[in-house]
Ligand binder design. Structure first.
Ligand SMILES: *Cc1c(COP(=O)(O)O)cnc(C)c1O
Length: 362
């Protein structure tokens, strides 16, 4: 039986990438041993990390003003590293609150003693939409402004990005990174834990304007300074070599598909099909307003939140080979994470299951 993996993260990776990694695992391209057994300073790995960086640079058209870094500590460490490095004494940090991952970032900024300017607060409507983005106003004295581009838990996504003027825009793109094109020049820094859309857990990609790194106060430890990793090209200490190797394969795959416009078209088609199935009947209800719905994490309920039926749905889906459909424990309900690597066949199988389940339980 085919198994389709709708886990939110760690999540599905392209089958061709998994097969390639398997093929190369014990003998990397004729070395006679695996890349995970290789020194991070030896030629084979140097080639891997350079190829991964080159893929990001070509897929996102990144100029030399920006560094591409491969760090550890997950997106969660970036919640602290960003304010540690980029906060400016006496200046506030702007936050746009679209859910759980915003809260975690705000918490770290506050621990470090920063004052927050809340630009947008979606809590009143339980983060079911992200409204008026084009009209959000950012005080020009902010040190920077932070957004979370896709809300993995609530299932909302920025349809457009705010205009912050000269205020550096920082984005946690963990769950929609490399799923659609974006203009990196509009951002001061973007970061993403690899395990949602571009690789295994253990590597975090940071793309940042190099000039911003100079803000870092002298009290920040070496390992937590962006300048360290920019200067050492992510090889200050041992990076997640296997993670970076997998990211290289995933970005090779993206290049081969035709880049970000091609994957965006595929993602839009997949999401449209799934949302259409949700909207087609009263049995299912999408939890996010049209216009803010995520192309990556599709959140929905059964009959206004019938928890028994939702439990039954998850169990029967699992038995049918459709795994990972339970909503995040903070919000309940159902969630299908349909990242880049989820195949069209997986969407078709889920839609077919949903229709049959609605018919049997409606
Ligand atoms: C998963 C996730 C995180 C946390 O990532 P870790 O790598 O586990 O720290 C942060 N932000 C978003 C948007 C996420 O989806």
């Amino acid at each position: 039986m085919a198994v389709y993996n709708f886990n939110a993260g760690p999540a599905v990776l392209p089958k061709s990438v998994m097969l390639k990694a398997q093929e190369e695992f014990v003998d990397y391209r004729g070395c006679g041993y695996g890349i995970i057994e290789e020194s991070h300073r030896a030629k084979p790995f140097e080639e891997v990390i350079q190829a991964a960086e080159a893929n990001f640079r070509s897929l996102l058209n990144i100029s030399d003003d920006y560094a591409v870094l491969f760090l550890q500590g997950g997106a969660s460490l970036q919640f602290a590293m960003v304010p540690m490095n980029l906060a400016i004494p006496g200046k506030k940090i702007g936050f746009c609150d679209t859910g759980e991952w915003s809260h975690k970032a705000i918490k770290e900024a506050k621990i470090l003693g920063n004052e927050i300017d809340m630009i947008y607060d979606g809590s009143a409507d339980k983060f079911s939409h992200i409204d008026g983005i084009a009209n959000w106003k950012f005080d020009k004295n902010l040190a920077y402004a932070h957004i979370c581009s896709n809300n993995t838990i609530y299932g909302s996504q920025y349809p457009i990005y705010p205009n912050t003027g000269d205020v550096p825009l920082i984005a946690d793109m963990s769950s929609d990174f490399m799923s659609r094109p974006f203009d990196i020049n509009k951002f001061g820094l973007v970061f993403a834990g690899a395990q949602k859309n571009i690789g295994p857990a253990g590597a975090t990609v940071v793309i940042m304007r190099k000039d911003l790194a100079a803000r870092c106060p002298s009290t920040v430890p070496t390992m937590l300074r962006y300048t360290t990793h920019i200067d050492q090209r992510s090889l200050f200490n041992t990076p997640s070599t296997f993670g970076i190797y997998m990211i290289r394969l995933v970005t090779d795959w993206l290049v081969g598909l035709g880049g970000l416009p091609a994957i965006q078209a595929m993602n839009e088609a997949k999401a449209a099909k799934l949302y259409a199935a949700i909207d087609a009947c009263d049995f299912y209800r999408g939890t996010v307003a049209k216009g803010s719905r995520s192309l990556m994490n599709v959140t929905f309920r059964i009959k206004e939140g019938d928890e028994d039926l939702e439990k039954k749905f998850v169990a029967e889906a699992k038995a049918a080979g459709l795994i990972g459909l339970k909503g995040h424990r903070a919000v309940g309900g159902l969630r299908a994470s349909i990242y880049n690597a989820m195949s069209a066949e997986g969407i078709d199988a889920l839609v077919e299951f949903m229709n049959a389940f609605a018919k049997a339980n409606g």
